[in-house]
Write a new protein. Structure first.
Length: 536
């Protein structure tokens, strides 16, 4: 073994020795802050993240890593992957301690605001779930508008902070020689702006006509429900405040099927049936809403050693069933990684590969065969909603992916810093990609009410790629794993084995494109999604 390889291995050992315990403390403090919403817990989480990221801020270490890369001697695959990941981690954190602390603190302050803010609607403080209930059930346009406006209130509280945070991120990126933070963040994710924009343009073109046809049909039906003309439809006439989820149309409201059902038990039984038990994860998770708790949902791998947890705020509904299946899709990915991998590689191959598994699972809550085999819905009851449910799933996929285009293009413009009026830009993009008319005379930072823009930057394109990969995986599973003429994943341990061996186990030891080639025979291919949900 050469001196360079020995030196690099020693560097890894020293680095992991410092970051592994800190990583666990950081994740634990983040989890605690999410549960309580308390300022002291948020402050501790910010302090822990700052300590962790400081390890990667050493410019001398970055120079050493680049020198080892340029030597050409680090060729063993797992060592080479660790080298690339360490270079990227150091690049992202090349800033002085004061700036790093400021950046982390600003992000934590914004996240706390999202966790604790409860808008006042019709004289009462409301949670996200309560606002969504109004948007699902009410036929009163005035009541719906107040609820929708309430969902946007948090944006006005955090918009200025988000702009300051974006400016800080841009400064770090430009100091490192990147055009802006958006470009840098993609490069550190082993993607390029050109790749992302090319896929977006292709998908926009393929989906535009089908989506606009779908929107005309949708608005006609919803307008009749509200007693208005289709041209009077506005953002508050949809069930989701961002129109990222499709409203239930016709007989496709599946919520009655979940009424009174235990979503924890359903989740446990389904994953056990495909050979990926999650009972231990359920015990560590926090799944029900309460004051101060983060109102969203996420999965966290606390120690990269099987301490995986899920945060949710579940109610017995289709949306939360889908969310549980989605988040536990992330969870099984983390749990069933090869624990023999080096610590640095013990995570998903890429953000969008874990999103793909989560999306593959989340879709099942609206799939006829899953409802029959896992939820045990009687066929005579299911037959009444099955056709509508298939249409609803297609509608959901088109609605959610077109929404993703709004987020992707908005973030790109945010970091390009062209001086564009962001409030107007947001509604320009909503009208272009979602075909929703903006509210008249509204000039508010509605974009800032989406938590991802502040706290999960340059992330949303991975949802789009994840949907494409989910369809690609499903195509492979249907062709190569399930028995012929079988349309259900449920109850087939071979599905779990495939995911464990081909997707989970390699961790970050394989780059995303190589992982896809080895597991499906080709790189990322949006055609599977288009055939499944667009060309129907």
């Amino acid at each position: 073994m050469s001196n360079i390889i020995n030196e690099f291995q020693h560097f890894i050992d020293d680095c992991v020795g410092r970051i592994e315990p800190l990583y666990k403390e950081m994740c634990e403090s983040y989890w605690q802050a999410s549960l309580t919403g308390k300022e002291e817990d948020a402050a501790k989480a910010a302090a822990m993240e700052t300590r962790f990221r400081k390890i990667f801020s050493n410019a001398g270490n970055l120079s050493r890593l680049k020198a080892w890369r340029d030597s050409g001697e680090i060729t063993e695959p797992l060592l080479e992957r660790q080298l690339i990941l360490l270079i990227n981690a150091h690049l992202e954190n090349q800033m002085d301690a004061e700036m790093l602390q400021e950046l982390v603190q600003k992000q934590r302050d914004i996240e706390t605001a999202f966790s604790t803010h409860r808008p006042e609607v019709h004289g009462a403080k409301m949670t996200d779930n309560e606002i969504r209930r109004i948007l699902k059930e009410s036929t009163d346009s005035h009541e719906r508008r107040r609820a929708w406006e309430g969902s946007k209130e948090v944006g006005a509280h955090v918009a200025a902070q988000i702009l300051e945070l974006a400016a800080l991120r841009n400064k770090v990126a430009r100091d490192l020689g990147f055009e802006n933070y958006y470009v840098m963040a993609l490069e550190l994710q082993e993607q390029t702006e050109q790749e992302v924009m090319e896929i977006c343009r292709t998908f926009e073109k393929l989906s535009d006509a089908p989506f606009r046809k779908l929107r005309r049909e949708m608005d006609a039906k919803l307008a009749a429900r509200f007693g208005i003309r289709p041209d009077e439809m506005r953002p508050w006439h949809y069930e989701d405040p961002f129109f990222q989820d499709a409203p239930a149309l016709e007989d496709a409201d599946l919520d009655p099927l979940f009424a009174g059902r235990n979503l924890e038990e359903i989740t446990r039984d389904f994953y056990e049936g495909i050979g990926l038990p999650v009972g231990d994860i359920l015990k560590r998770s926090d799944l029900y809403e309460r004051e101060g708790k983060n109102q969203h949902a996420y999965c966290i791998d606390v120690d990269r050693n099987e301490d995986v947890r899920v945060l949710c705020n579940i109610k017995p509904s289709t949306r939360w069933m889908s969310t549980m299946l989605h988040e536990f899709g992330h969870a099984v990915y983390d749990k069933y990684l090869d624990m023999k991998l080096p610590f640095l590689l013990r995570t998903a191959s890429h953000t969008f590969t874990t999103e793909a598994v989560a999306m593959l699972m989340g879709r099942l809550a609206q799939e006829e065969s899953w409802l029959r085999e896992v939820l045990r819905v009687p066929q005579e009851k299911l037959s009444k909603v099955a056709v509508a449910a298939r249409k609803q799933l297609r509608t959901q996929m088109l609605v959610s992916t077109r929404w993703m285009l709004v987020m992707i293009h908005f973030e790109r413009e945010l970091y390009r810093g062209t001086g564009t009026d962001l409030n107007s830009l947001w509604w320009d993009l909503v009208e272009q990609f979602q075909v929703i008319r903006r509210p008249e005379k509204r000039d508010a930072p509605d974009w800032a009410s989406k938590i991802h823009i502040a706290c999960f930057p340059v992330y949303y394109h991975n949802y789009l790629w994840g949907e494409f990969m989910a369809s690609q995986l499903r195509g492979w599973i249907d062709r190569e794993i399930l028995p012929k003429n079988n349309t259900s994943i449920a109850g087939h341990p071979a599905v779990g084995r495939y995911l464990k061996e081909k997707i989970f186990s390699p961790g970050t030891g394989l780059r995303w494109d190589e992982l896809l080639r080895r597991s499906t025979g080709e790189s990322l291919n949006p055609e599977y999604f288009v055939k499944q949900f667009v060309e129907v």
